[in-house]
Design a protein around this ligand. Structure first.
Ligand SMILES: *Cc1c(COP(=O)(O)O)cnc(C)c1O
Length: 397
């Protein structure tokens, strides 16, 4: 109890699920001189590659770094067009800007929040016929290059509609980079999230399904992509290069041994971690079924397994979310407005001239979504408390 206010402690927004195995694994690396470029990174890569069933995995020091390297591997250059979603964490679109390419935002499905294949199809038909109006941004898109790649995002742990997206990409000659930073462990039909495109990227910030504190990982079945991504993360050193030879313009995007050891220990517990998150989501689903003004997350037919990343509910259109969030905060229940549309971030508006109304479904979801506290270490009592406080806050607003 918090003495001053006599209120119970706040429920954390998210928490990593760490055990003695993780502490020991990190301590073991600390007892060796090998802190980078060693066996833990190799073992962590192997563990993830085997789990999702791909040939290659390349660990990097963030999900953003992994996405950036995939954009490089896809051959994206100045003014190329890259299809993606405005309803995501900002990194999935930033990596397009890093290479001075032009994002082609396509609005999302209102149920799942994932990029809408029907609109993807229309955008491709229009753009290949030279009808750019409505698809390219108002400014910052002069002399557009070719359509080069697509970056779908598995929003909140649910795979995008790959059965429809990937054939469209193939027909139109687009490379596919799957942002699976929120979906490690999810399955689409019979395939692991992140494994169906040219490459997929997972992320391991502390609120993700597994954590390395900071980190990410690129998976691919393509030998050339794997080799290039490996070289680019390591200052552009190609196989055979010495420490001071650099075949490519590279980066230091390496994951170190301490973080890799942490990730490897988490991979050893992955099924238990995912099951614990599923249990918390189930508790929420049961309790929220009786709350009329809140819509629980929708699961698509093509999702054979959701890997819960966050638990995001949808409020009614007329709700005063700001007031509701303030009331909940005061009651010790933090919440987040997941996501804030990417196209309306200040530098996107300045550079590309986006305006409110450009992507109505994204903006509607952005206004009405509310992420509740969520993690695999949440207790049933904490879920009860969040739902009780949510009911109380709804009555007040
Ligand atoms: C977490 C996340 C990333 C990568 O985040 P990092 O903090 O760079 O590891 C990218 N895309 C999405 C959709 C994410 O949720």
């Amino acid at each position: 109890m918090n003495n001053r206010t006599n209120q119970p402690l706040p429920v954390p927004m998210s928490s990593p699920d760490l055990s003695e195995a993780e502490r020991q694994a990190v301590a073991e690396v600390m007892a060796t001189p090998r802190l980078s470029m060693g066996p833990k990174v190799d073992a962590f890569e192997r563990a993830v590659a085997d789990y999702v069933g791909v040939k290659h995995a390349v660990a990097v020091n963030s999900g953003t770094a992994g996405l950036h390297l995939c954009v490089r591997a896809a051959g994206v250059v100045d003014r190329d067009l890259v299809l993606t979603t405005p309803f995501s964490f900002v990194a999935s679109a930033n990596v397009i800007l890093y290479e001075r390419a032009i994002p082609v935002f396509v609005d999302v499905d209102p149920d799942t929040g994932n990029i809408d294949p029907e609109q993807v199809e229309r955008s491709l038909t229009d753009l290949t016929a030279g009808r750019t109006s409505g698809w390219l941004p108002r400014r910052g898109a002069d002399h557009p290059g070719p359509l080069r790649a697509m970056i779908p995002v598995d929003v909140f742990g649910q795979p995008a509609d790959y059965d429809r997206l990937l054939p469209l990409a193939r027909t139109n000659g687009l490379r596919t980079i799957l942002d699976a930073c929120e979906s490690l462990g999810a399955r689409h039909d019979d395939r692991a999230a992140g494994t169906m495109g040219d490459a997929g990227v997972y992320a391991f910030y502390p609120n993700k399904q597994i954590t390395t504190a900071e980190g990410g990982l690129v998976v691919t079945d393509d030998d050339d992509w794997a080799q290039l991504v490996r070289a680019l993360r390591n200052q552009g050193r190609a196989p055979g290069d010495t420490w001071l030879d650099h075949t490519y313009l590279g980066y230091n995007y390496r994951l170190n041994e301490l973080n890799a050891a942490l990730g490897l220990a988490q991979m050893g517990r992955l099924e238990a971690l995912l099951a614990a998150r599923q249990q918390v989501a189930d508790w929420y689903n049961q309790r929220l079924a009786g709350v009329s003004r809140v819509q629980p997350p929708a699961v698509a037919e093509t999702t054979s397994r959701t890997s819960w990343f966050v638990y995001v509910v949808r409020l009614e259109p007329a709700s005063d979310r700001r007031q509701l969030m303030a009331n909940l905060e005061q009651a010790g229940v933090p919440t987040r407005p997941y996501f804030s549309p990417i196209h309306l971030q200040p530098y996107f508006v300045e550079r590309f001239g986006y305006q409110p109304g450009d992507f109505p479904v994204t903006e509607d979801l952005g206004r009405r979504s509310l992420a509740l506290p969520f993690s695999g270490v949440m207790t049933e009592a904490q879920v009860d408390r969040v739902v009780e406080e949510l009911r109380a806050a709804l009555r007040k607003s």
